[in-house]
Design a protein around this ligand. Structure first.
Ligand code: 13P
Ligand code: SF4
Length: 350
């Protein structure tokens, strides 16, 4: 919160951002989507920001792409598109607005820029990183190629543009197994998430998968023992784990999928009680649409995703600061890897 005071002061020179119960009441349709998880007092604090951002979006001809891990006030209040990494990348190819504000982490904004070199892509906090993206550089890709000559490199989108440029094709957690299964090679290099790679290896046993030693700092914290103890404490709870979790955690869960896969599963199954073994905002974002599901159990916060706040989004739209740039040569090579993935995913969905 320390850096918020000067930012609020800068914003207050241009906008009336005092808590406003009357405005909050006027915006009750938006509030209805998050009333189960945000108190009326907090909504009166958020409403002036939501109103200012939505007005500025129209003036700037901007669109907000928000990941499923954003807070409910971002997810329901200001986002034009919400989704998992694949859905956001696909949507980025269809955007007509001149400005994209990426509510997510830096690699997501870079992916949008790679796909839209002529557009302004803003990230409200340049420091919003990712432990996976930090775990590998192009030198790491070259090392894997030396170790496994001829093996294609499938790189998770949670990487820098340079790493994507050095790879053959990208994947996300929602299409990794199909992409690996569809490649014409027996040995496949997956980078940088060792757990995603190990989970894919179980799903695609006909391939030999080798991996880089990276992990998501949020999902690697879960253990299979946590899940066993949770089941003992709360029998009957449906446990759903993201594939960035270690394989023994995924094996202990009732279902595993990307963030959108998790939303689809809970929406379809409507279990009485559910534990989402992933980032905390997921359950908050879907709980109003699923009043019959009680979300219980622990969750872990992604400190990078949580750097994105309404204040920072308003400032980035106001100032147009935080534009993401990618070297054109790197972007052109990275685009090949991302577009290969998107083409393949579209063909698989058709
Ligand atoms: P997905 O939304 O693609 O499942 O990715 C989760 C994640 O950790 C993104 O950083
Ligand atoms: Fe990266 Fe994990 Fe945070 Fe996603 S949840 S941005 S993979 S650290």
């Amino acid at each position: 919160m320390n850096d918020m005071t000067p930012l609020r002061a800068r914003l207050a020179a241009h906008y009336d951002l005092a808590p406003n119960p009357a405005l909050a009441e006027e915006m009750r349709d938006i509030y209805a989507r998050m009333a189960r998880v945000i108190s009326p007092v907090d909504w009166a604090i958020h409403a002036p920001y939501v109103a200012a951002i939505n007005a500025l979006k129209a003036q700037r001809n901007a669109v907000i792409l928000a990941h499923n891990y954003m807070t409910p006030q971002i997810y329901h209040g200001i986002a034009d598109v919400v989704g998992d990494s694949l859905q956001l990348a696909i949507k980025a190819t269809e955007v007509e607005a001149e400005v994209i504000v990426q509510c997510g982490v830096h690699f997501m904004a870079e992916t949008s820029k790679i796909l839209n070199p002529a557009k302004t892509v803003l990230i409200p906090d340049m420091q919003a990183g990712c432990s996976l993206a930090e775990s590998i550089t192009p030198a790491g890709i070259a090392e894997m190629r030396r170790r496994y000559p001829g093996a294609p490199v499938v790189t998770y989108v949670n990487t820098t543009a340079e790493v994507k440029a050095a790879s053959d094709i990208c994947c996300t957690s929602s299409n990794a197994a199909q992409i690996v299964a569809g490649l014409d090679a027996d040995t496949i290099i997956m980078t940088p998430d060792k757990y995603l790679a190990q989970n894919v290896a179980r799903e695609v046993p006909q391939k030999t998968i080798v991996w880089w030693d990276g992990a998501c700092e949020v999902h690697e914290q879960y253990t299979a023992r946590d899940l066993v103890e949770f089941r003992d404490w709360n029998p009957g709870t449906r446990i759903i784990a993201h594939p960035e979790c270690p394989p023994d955690v995924v094996a202990e869960a009732d279902f595993s999928g990307s963030t959108s896969g998790i939303i689809d599963y809970v929406t379809r199954e409507q279990p009485e009680r559910a534990m989402l073994v992933t980032e905390c905002s997921m359950a908050s974002n879907i709980s109003d649409a699923l009043p019959g599901v009680e979300f219980i159990g622990p969750c872990n916060m992604c400190p990078h995703m949580k750097r994105i706040t309404l204040e920072k989004v308003l400032w980035s739209l106001h100032s147009l600061e935080g534009a993401v740039e990618v070297d054109p040569e790197v972007a052109a090579k990275a685009r090949v890897s991302v577009e290969r993935m998107i083409d393949l995913s579209r063909r698989m969905a058709a």
